[in-house]
Design a protein around this ligand. Structure first.
Ligand SMILES: Cc1ncc(COP(=O)(O)O)c(C=O)c1O
Length: 427
């Protein structure tokens, strides 16, 4: 068990570049060393996570605690994309269209395996917005038909629904719910109470971007199915962060970005639509009728780089080498490290996210009572070079913290000290 670690510790002196080139081997090798360690035990194993941290070219002069926005990709994934961009540029028509683009089929296969569906149910998109907007604008709705969403849905999706209401005369019912959620039944009850005979569709995030609250998606999907209502799941923060597969949700529709928790290059995502439902969802950009029942109709977006989406397969290999259960447990462990330290330090810290593992993930929202979150965000950056996400909602506010697998415990301790200082002395 120690031989590989001893080698890796010594190898750091040889220089970072050679060290990073075999990041995938290193992640897989580190996993081999683990024996039967349970994900929750491994979550605090700094030898293992130290090896994962070194797979990234993170700039350690800043502490990046906003990985929920968009995340860096491991160095070897970036290199795969750059290699393909260079190859593309040598002769774009030949190399990109003829050689590289057809390999999107391998990405489709890999994503389907990871999500637990048929490859013919996966469209490769540029992000979650494209995936979810395909659904929002692609479903046939008549004036007066109703859509149920929440006021904690991602803003772009709320905007898209509002535009559909203006254009097509549909009715969008926007529900509020308390956070931390008191119980999954509370959420389900609110959705159920909003359903009428005109309800055609429900759209909800699996994990909210505001507080990291996990919502009872499986139950909402079941409710929708029992009433003949389509349920669109925004999985932007769930895929590759939480351990689940399609059948755990039993969903017919799901969209996600891959540049958040899969750690794939920026500009990658996917849309899943169950085969039987594809005919009734229009693509965002026009497609020929021959593609009506072909998931590739959602990929008719014109000229785009093949390099970015092809590197998704390298990101999946890295993700599998860690394993989603281990990753999920580590992200919660990191969140607990800073969140519990603040909660223990002073009643001035308010956490808007539950710590219960069933309903939370690596993302959490913290407020210092009496301090505006925008000012706190500015202070953390200006004085400490700590990146957070200021978050305001009608019911709550704070700075959103989302560490990642390359985040070190020491970086989180710097954040804790900076927050304690701000609470004691102001910003
Ligand atoms: C819940 C949720 N959905 C969708 C998105 C949109 O992601 P993207 O900008 O990658 O399309 C985000 C981004 O943070 C999000 O948090």
């Amino acid at each position: 068990m120690t031989s590989r670690r001893a080698f890796l510790a010594g190898a750091s002196a040889l220089g970072a570049v050679a060290f990073r080139a075999d990041a995938l081997d290193r992640a897989a090798g580190a996993a081999e060393d683990l024996g039967d360690a349970r994900p929750c035990d491994l979550a605090a194993d700094e030898d293992y996570w130290g090896e994962i941290q070194r797979c990234f070219d993170a700039d350690r002069t800043v502490v990046n605690l906003n990985n929920g926005g968009v995340s860096p990709t491991p160095t070897h994934v970036l290199e795969a994309m750059i290699r393909d961009l260079r190859f593309t540029n040598e002769s774009p028509v030949q190399h990109m269209w003829r050689v590289l683009e057809p390999r999107v089929e391998s990405v489709r296969r890999d994503l389907a395996r990871e999500f637990g569906c048929d490859p013919e149910e996966i469209a490769v998109t540029r992000n979650a917005s494209e995936a979810m907007e395909t659904l929002i604008f692609g479903i046939d709705l008549k004036p007066g038909d109703e859509a149920i969403i929440t006021d904690q849905n991602y803003p772009r999706m709320q905007t898209s629904w509002a535009q559909r209401a203006r254009r097509d005369g549909i009715v969008v019912k926007k529900l509020a719910f308390p956070v931390p959620l008191t119980s999954p039944d509370d959420f389900l009850g609110r959705i159920e109470a909003a359903i009428t005979p005109r309800t055609r569709v429900i759209e909800i995030p699996q994990v909210t971007n505001l507080t990291g609250q996990v919502l009872p998606v499986r139950e909402v999907v079941a409710l929708g199915k029992s009433r003949g209502i389509e349920v669109f799941v925004d999985g932007a923060h769930a895929f590759a962060q939480l351990p689940f597969r399609r059948d755990d949700l039993d969903c017919d529709y799901f969209g996600t970005s891959l540049h958040k928790w899969l750690l794939a290059p920026i500009g990658t995502g996917f849309l899943y639509i169950r085969k039987a439902k594809q005919k009734s969802i229009w693509p965002l950009m026009g497609a020929d009728p021959e593609l009506d029942e072909d998931v590739r109709k959602y990929e008719q977006i014109g000229t785009h780089p093949a390099a970015n989406h092809n590197a998704v397969s390298a990101a999946i290999a890295f993700h599998r080498a860690i394993g989603v259960e281990r990753k999920s447990a580590r992200l919660r462990h990191l969140r607990d490290r800073w969140a519990r330290a603040l909660l223990d330090a002073s009643p001035k810290f308010k956490l808007w996210t539950p710590l219960d593992p069933d309903w939370s993930c690596g993302i959490a929202l913290v407020q210092i009572e009496g301090i505006d979150c925008g000012k706190l965000f500015g202070h953390l950056w200006d004085k400490h070079r700590i990146v957070t996400s200021p978050t305001k909602h009608a019911q709550f506010e704070g700075v959103r913290i989302s560490a990642n697998v390359y985040t070190t415990p020491q970086e989180l301790d710097l954040f804790v000290d900076a927050m304690k200082n701000a609470a004691a002395n102001g910003v």
